[in-house]
Design a protein around this ligand. Structure first.
Ligand code: GLN
Length: 311
């Protein structure tokens, strides 16, 4: 029996795959028209351990856009590139309790945190202030170092969001009038839309998550991608705000720092343990992948991984 000869972890991931494949709840995001073309049947689960093993089940090599899962990496990059003081002076770290695309800023007229669109656009603005026209390539290369391979861009998704992303543009102008962004707003939004259209697979996301879980050292390449300071702060905001207005439920039930994206990905990084990447395009009302949430809940329960329940 083939299943019986698999390592227990791989067998468990197979069980998750078969248990949750029939789940058809949720809807593919289509407010970015090109995302509406995703195949809702796709389902991939990958788990990377810190000793460099990568387990994969299902559609783990299907490329999809990273979307909001770019936010933690660009935040970490901003901390290291501009210095924590500069970044922390314009972006808060409180959960907003609002949906990801909320236009509301905090009492200082700053973004609540770097995991919602306003905070992520502010991060892209900081990188643009530091790197100018080279900002996007700087981001793309850095995300590639987290993944351990060069990452490309889905030009169609980029063009689709750029053509329709007026809400994010409105956030950009609001940030500029409040001094959070100092550069040309269209140039900053261009970095943000492109970074959201970076192509990854569930396997890439598992490796990127494992790099977060491993103090910033990619377990496949051995490269220190960002500083341990940036990693600890990034995991902190993922813990409090990574799942938007589901973040409280998430940390209560699952207890693993995580980030979702409207492309259908979920990234979960358990410090000193593992990185998980899942891909399934149907989303719940918060914009989180329905099957991905189930995989994370199941993984956490099965292996007793809640981070506040450690021996
Ligand atoms: N690019 C998307 C947006 O700004 C990302 C949102 C998400 O993945 N939650 O709307």
């Amino acid at each position: 029996n083939w299943a019986g000869s698999q390592p227990p972890l791989l067998r468990f991931l197979h069980e998750c795959y078969t248990d949750f494949l029939p789940e058809t709840g949720g809807a593919v995001a289509d407010y970015i028209p090109e995302l509406g073309k995703a195949d809702p049947a796709h389902f991939g689960i990958s788990l990377a351990t810190l000793d460099g093993h990568v387990y994969e089940v299902g559609d783990t090599r299907v490329p999809f856009t990273i979307q909001s899962m770019s936010k933690p990496f660009v935040f970490a990059l901003a901390l290291d590139t501009l210095g924590a003081e500069r970044v922390e002076s314009v972006i808060g770290v409180e959960p907003s309790g609002d949906p990801f695309n909320s236009i509301r800023l905090n009492a200082e007229n700053h973004p609540f945190n770097p995991m919602v669109n306003a905070g992520a656009i502010a991060c892209s603005g900081l990188i643009h202030a530091a790197k100018g026209d080279g900002a996007f390539e700087y981001v793309r290369h850095a995300l590639g170092r987290f993944a351990g391979r060069e990452l490309g861009v889905d030009e169609a998704v980029y063009a689709s969001e750029s053509a329709t992303g007026d809400r994010n543009r409105a956030i950009g102008y609001l940030l500029r009038t409040n001094g959070v962004i100092t550069d040309n707003v269209p140039a900053v939004l261009d970095v943000y839309f492109r970074q959201c259209a970076i192509l990854v697979t569930a396997r890439d996301i598992a490796v990127m998550a494992a790099t977060l879980a491993n103090h910033g050292v990619n377990p496949l390449t051995g490269e220190q991608v960002v500083t341990p300071y940036a990693i600890a702060r990034t995991l902190s905001v993922m813990t409090s705000s990574g799942m938007y207005d589901y973040a409280g439920e998430w940390i209560y039930r699952v207890g693993i720092p995580a980030k979702s994206g409207v492309g259908g990905g979920i990234l979960a990084a358990l410090p000193a343990r593992l990185g998980l990447g899942s891909y399934s395009p149907k989303l719940d009302k918060h914009g989180n992948s329905v099957r991905g949430i189930k995989v994370c809940e199941s993984l956490s329960a099965h292996y007793d991984l809640h981070m506040l329940n450690r021996a």
